[in-house]
Write a protein that binds this ligand. Structure first.
Ligand SMILES: [Zn+2]
Length: 64
């Protein structure tokens, strides 16, 4: 499974920055903090809001 790290996203649990990894499973996006293991199956609004524009900037999509 591919992981994308969310730039500048802050974990709501441990407050670590740049530890949130976004994965997609069955069309549902899951966000996992690699620092404390906190998981969100429905990313919080502010996280999503930060992810969308950054996805294009990060540009690590790779067609396989
Ligand atoms: Zn965390």
């Amino acid at each position: 499974m591919k992981k994308r790290f969310i730039s500048a996203a802050i974990c709501p649990k441990c407050n670590a920055m740049d530890t949130m990894a976004l994965t997609k499973k069955n069309n549902v996006e899951h966000v996992t903090c690699v620092s404390c293991g906190h998981q969100m199956s429905q990313p919080e609004e502010h996280v999503v809001k930060e992810v969308r524009p950054l996805e294009q900037v990060i540009g690590i999509f790779k067609q396989e």
